[in-house]
Design a protein around this ligand. Sequence first.
Ligand SMILES: O=C(O)CCC(=O)C(=O)O
Ligand SMILES: [Fe+2]
Length: 234
Amino acid sequence: MAHPSQISDELEKYILKNAPPTVYYIPDFITETEEEYLLQQVYNAPKPKWTQLSRRRLQNWGGLPHQKGMFAEKLPDWLLKYTEKISALGAFAGKTANHVLVNEYKPGEGIMPHEDGPMYHPTVTTISLGSHTLLDFYRPISQTELEVPQTEESRYVLSLLLQQRSLLILQGDMYERYLHGIREVITDTLTDSVANLSCAGGHAGDVLPRGTRVSLTIRHVPKVIRAPLMLGRK
Ligand SMILES: O=C(O)CCC(=O)C(=O)O
Ligand SMILES: [Fe+2]
């Protein structure tokens, strides 16, 4: 049996060997029925639950992460099922995920290369719903080679094909060192730079039109503030 503070033996076989440490890619982590149900729950959320950004919209569940700590709010049951399932795989070193970000991307939308930052335990797990996407990775801007132009292109390292219903787990350098982003395009052309090409069922040269993708980004926020009890208040 796997120790709960470690990635379980079951997961070991999903490690990608041709990417920096550590990427786990699990195709068909959920069934089509579960995918439909999750999409229904996302779209059943009240309108004010959505935050519209210029190139995507999002829902925040579990509380707003903050440097001083997050006022934790209970996750709804439809999300708890998956935060518990993924945590049981050992993804968060024995802790249970307590935060879920839902992102919705229409074809042509994306997210600029970024780091997720220090408010999260250094593991990010993502369930993709509704459509595939291509997640691209970039080296950080080098502090020692400032005379060389460092374009996004020159910093590009690899991509991961995230098929709908898959689970992605990133840890180590892939979480802490490299930046990740999604280009604002309506089709993805697969190349040999897609590190999980064969296990995601893709072939170099495939052109995949994007549909609307909803991603569940599931993380653990270690620093949590509990609301003070208002005892004795008149
Ligand atoms: O949609 C995704 O898979 C990526 C989302 C992301 O990087 C984030 O919310 O920080
Ligand atoms: Fe991110």
